[in-house]
Ligand binder design. Structure first.
Ligand SMILES: Nc1ncnc2c1ncn2[C@@H]1O[C@H](COP(=O)(O)OP(=O)(O)O)[C@@H](O)[C@H]1O
Ligand SMILES: [Mg+2]
Length: 257
């Protein structure tokens, strides 16, 4: 069967052979595959199934059929639709609830180097439009679990809020096709209501700024180490730092439901 290079991808990209996606593996891929099997056993759809490794050592996961952002700019309309935002909130809640009792394998290893502990969940950590599959207006799920890892619920929510509300720097958000900045508070609460988030939402001001700055610093550190994908992402790091500063300036009532 022939290999089809899939559109999009911020790091190594992926190819499709039939219904299977093959992607260069990382040291943490076995832990991520254990996580994907845990989600499968918990009955959480909306994530690829782990299929092991091919004879080149690439990871194999199931292809999630549907439409992706790929390399498109601006993003397609569904990336900014209310109904998608609601499904993203519901999806994050299912994943967080299902991973609260995840026991990693003995050789546990994650992208960010952390370790699972009681009280944490496993966050996707990159659940953005460019890692989603849609079937019409239905969210099929998220691929690209490479950077998943132990997290608070808020820390993983912060990343999805940044990219789906979105709370990116204004210039960057406009380039992606988002214009209605006055609507962002409503959209934030729509996502958090769909998640069923009942704690104080003002806390997200600090968590989102922290999450954006961490993402920027990971990109900058990897670029410094001459990682070509990270070098290409340097403008994104700048946007994330601007986002963090803008988030801190948002008025108190932005966070009030
Ligand atoms: N399981 C999957 N189902 C459907 N499409 C996928 C899947 N995995 C990857 N893709 C496609 O391949 C592209 C690159 O894969 P991704 O895992 O996001 O790589 P990167 O780490 O480089 O961002 C995605 O943008 C998407 O189009
Ligand atoms: Mg990706």
């Amino acid at each position: 069967m022939s290999e089809e290079t899939l559109p999009g991808g911020n790091t190594v990209g992926a190819v499709r052979i039939g219904d299977v996606v093959h992607k260069v593996a990382s040291p943490w891929t076995p832990t991520v595959h254990a996580l994907l099997r845990h989600l499968e056993e918990a009955g959480v759809d909306g994530a690829p199934r782990a299929l092991g490794f091919d004879d080149q050592g690439r990871e194999m996961i199931t292809y999630l059929p549907g439409e992706t952002v790929g390399g498109r700019v601006p993003w397609p309309g569904w990336a900014f639709a209310d109904s998608t935002l609601v499904q993203v909130g519901q999806w994050l809640r299912r994943v967080h609830d299902a991973t609260a009792d995840f026991t990693p394998p003995a050789d546990e290893r994650w992208f960010a180097g952390s370790a699972m502990q009681p009280g944490l969940i496993v966050g996707h950590q990159d659940a953005a439009p460019y890692n989603a599959t849609m079937n019409g207006d239905r969210l099929v799920g998220f691929f690209d679990w490479d950077t998943a890892g132990p997290s608070s619920r808020e820390f993983d929510l912060a990343f999805s809020i940044l990219s789906w509300v979105p709370i990116y720097a204004q210039g960057a958000a406009e380039e992606l096709g988002f214009r209605n900045f006055k609507d962002r508070s409503r959209r934030l609460h729509l996502l958090l209501d769909a998640y069923g988030y009942n704690s104080d939402r003002h806390a997200f001001r600090a968590v989102i700024a922290q999450r954006a700055r961490l993402q920027a610093s990971v990109i900058r550190d990897m670029a410094e180490a001459k990682d070509p994908a990270a070098i290409a992402l340097l403008p994104v790091a700048g946007n994330l730092e601007t986002s963090a500063a803008e988030v801190e300036m948002l008025p108190d009532d932005f966070w009030t439901r």
